[in-house]
Write a protein that binds this ligand. Structure first.
Ligand code: G6P
Length: 361
């Protein structure tokens, strides 16, 4: 327990260590406005046509985030739940890059997908936190996210460091892949990244998430919605919340709420609407549908998101480049889940039935 320092739980300590973890993730990887990874010299990805991400749990949500950025760079991308790789992935050959996103580097489903891809001739890359892990050893190349050891079963800082690593990897891939289009505002995106640790500090100084947890603690269900880059953030928010509170929480793409889940929405089910600073009209329209059924609406996003026009509560994130807004929103969601679980007196660092790393398929 000494490792927790002044914090009640490892999870809270790890949430608060994200500014430092992210500084380490970024360190030395942006030089003269270009993204560089020591293990991936120029030309490493020449000949790649398709990128397939394979991952589980929180890492899957980071992979979704990265996958969307790759698609924006015009690179054919699939994001596959590792346990479904054989049935859900498209064709695999030597023009395919299989990227295993795995904090531990030991998740059995993810390793199995990585091996299956390699068996079909794909090139492989591990994006992992653990040097010398099985994924790092077996993949052709490894990118380390450098988040430092994570003890809490619920992944927090490793998600943020994975998402940033994948955003940087996107720019690196875009330089090598023939038909790709690197971001035309790359310089601005990378400049803003340098401010991300400070922006995280600003969120960690707030107590809005704790207040929200107190106000909503008697709810029946919690629904998280977001579109675009906010979709995966909404899924991650719901996963974190259910993992440590044991409350019913579900995440959806904003536009999907009306295709079924709306039947469960009542005045006792807050809808947490995520904005990453992009186009929020879809999220707003769908949040309004929930509001007209009596649901309290919580907006998480920058102060100028149109979601604040309708929200009962707003958890603010600093202005940043839209690529990084989801990471900031996610930290508010981590704090919301943590404080709700604390009020419910759950064993936050070791939730029942869950393991930090699942080494069986
Ligand atoms: C388990 C953990 C999750 C984690 C997932 C993938 O389910 O409880 O927190 O996201 O495994 O782990 P990995 O080490 O592959 O990122």
């Amino acid at each position: 327990d000494a490792g927790k320092g002044a914090y009640d739980h490892y999870m809270l300590k790890e949430i608060h260590s994200q500014p430092t973890a992210l500084s380490n993730t970024i360190e030395g990887r942006i030089q003269d406005g270009e993204v560089t990874f020591e293990a991936l010299p120029a030309g490493t990805f020449e000949g790649i046509e398709t990128v397939q991400f394979v991952a589980c749990g929180t890492s899957y949500h980071a992979a979704m985030y990265g996958g969307q950025l790759l698609r924006a760079a015009d690179i054919r991308t699939e994001v596959v739940r590792a346990s479904e790789y054989e049935s859900a992935s498209g064709p695999v050959d030597e023009t395919t890059l299989v990227v295993a996103v795995t904090q531990s580097g030991e998740t059995a489903d993810t390793l199995d997908a990585l091996r299956t891809g390699a068996d079909h001739g794909a090139r492989t890359l591990a994006v992992t936190n653990v040097v010398g892990s099985t994924a790092a050893r077996e993949a052709d190349e490894a990118v380390y996210i450098r988040a430092g050891p994570e003890v809490g079963v619920a992944a927090t800082k490793t998600y943020s460091s994975q998402a940033v690593s994948l955003a940087l990897l996107t720019q690196r891939l875009a330089d090598d892949v023939a038909h790709a289009t690197p971001a035309d505002d790359r310089a601005e995106m990378l400049d803003t990244l340098a401010d991300l640790p400070d922006h995280l500090e600003q969120i960690l100084e707030q107590n809005a998430a704790e207040t929200l947890a107190q106000e909503t603690i008697d709810s029946e269900s919690y629904f998280f919605i977001g579109n675009g880059l906010g979709h995966s953030v909404a899924l991650e928010g719901a996963l974190k919340f259910k993992e440590i509170t044991y409350e019913h929480a579900e995440g959806f793409a904003s536009g999907q709420l009306k295709h079924g889940p709306l039947a469960l929405v009542t005045e006792n089910s807050p809808v947490i609407a995520v904005s990453t600073g992009g186009d929020d009209e879809k999220t707003k329209t769908n949040a309004l549908e929930a509001q007209s059924r009596g649901a309290p609406i919580v907006a998480i996003g920058p102060d100028d998101t149109p979601l604040t026009d309708i929200a009962d509560t707003h958890l603010s994130i600093p202005e940043t480049h839209p690529v990084w807004g989801g990471l900031l929103a996610n930290v508010q969601l981590q704090l919301f889940a943590y404080h709700a679980a604390k009020q419910l007196d759950r064993p936050i660092d070791k939730p029942r039935n869950l393991a930090k790393s699942v080494t069986v398929e």
